[in-house]
Design a protein around this ligand. Sequence first.
Ligand code: FPP
Length: 251
Amino acid sequence: MTEAQDKKNRILPRHVAVVMDGNGRWANKRHLPRAMGHKAGVNSTRKIVENCVKEKIAALTIFAFSSENWARPKAEVSALMSLFVSTITSEVKKLSKNNVRVQFIGDRKRFSEKLQSKINAAEESTKNNTGLHLYIAANYGGRWDVVNACRLLINDAQHDGRTAEDIDEALFDSYMSLSESPAPDLFIRTGGEQRISNFLIWQLAYSELYFVDVLWPDFSDKDFDEALSWYSGKQRRFGKTGQQVLEEQST
Ligand code: FPP
């Protein structure tokens, strides 16, 4: 089979989740301030979004800022906040033109009024788009997500009369971030570390985990393509045997 045929026959993930790691090291290697690494990282973010649109992938979730990132040096946090404001401002129109729906996950209350209003405006202006669903995790933590779901569920239960026995995985999931999309099929982490780092701890239960050494600002179209091909070669068993999966596929 030719490479083009191979590509045509690949099984693509419906949802990709990415930890964009390595911006700081990319900048250090060039004797630049870490903030320059984040700025360079935005180009890779733009490219992966474009590639997901091109490949008609349903959802992409990117980890832009974790609940733990507040502990970084003040100057870096402040540079990241400014970068979020300027990136949202400059990219939203183009995203919307490409039918991308943007949604933020995480506790946005800690952000400045200005950033919160940019976030709200980006969500509002793209809410009717039907193409790629782009989730940006900002002040997000997987444990926060679980605790937040518990809070919302208990609040609702006080009004709708549900008891502990009514709670199952599907109901709980409906209170978690990303519940509108299928769970991520493919998780990508750049920068060489092999950790989840409190990203989507509930939603990644059955995801294929792909770790690559390349630093985020260097993550190219080819690198993403390789991750998609790697994913396509995986047999997803969800607890079943390989034989069962093959039998299901042939019927
Ligand atoms: C981790 O690299 C990266 C971040 C904490 C920030 C990522 C943010 C962007 C790429 C900007 C995206 C912008 C929007 C609006 C979505 P690191 O600094 O931990 O790298 P290191 O491990 O080399 O230090």
